[in-house]
Design a binder for this molecule. Sequence first.
Ligand SMILES: [Zn+2]
Length: 164
Amino acid sequence: MALLATLRESSQRIVIKPNVIAHMARHRQLSWFSREAGGQLFGAIRSDEVVILAATGPYRGDQRSRSSYRSNAKSAQRAIDLNAKNGLFYLGEWHTHPEEHPVASADDRSAMSKLLRASSTRLETLLMIIQARQGVAIYSFGAQGFVEWTVSDGAVLHACEEHR
Ligand SMILES: [Zn+2]
């Protein structure tokens, strides 16, 4: 089942496909010794929605601890190039947190702003998904600053839309 992320003040939405949700959920930090995992997000950009179609990582050579994650730069770039060949845009990053409910840390925010400045693409906004033990949080980082999106179950929203 897909997840949807929306903003009250915007008609834009983010769709997260089930395979992406499953990929991130496999790396949840369910035991006291599991380390953070993460990687990159890829998909399609349309006028009214961003669809996250694929997630990659973690990679060999990543820097991983209980409370931090950084992708191996070469592996991340390889994933970006490979997905570009398949027509999928690099959209941003995902990583896990050992906490029950995900909250972006100050380090997460500064990492995203660094990535955005370093980004050689035309991307004006980068997405960040945090997979906690229970549930995910989705943030965008760009001209509007750091914005947390409201995540909801895709099936529920679709049902509501059909009643309009
Ligand atoms: Zn984090």
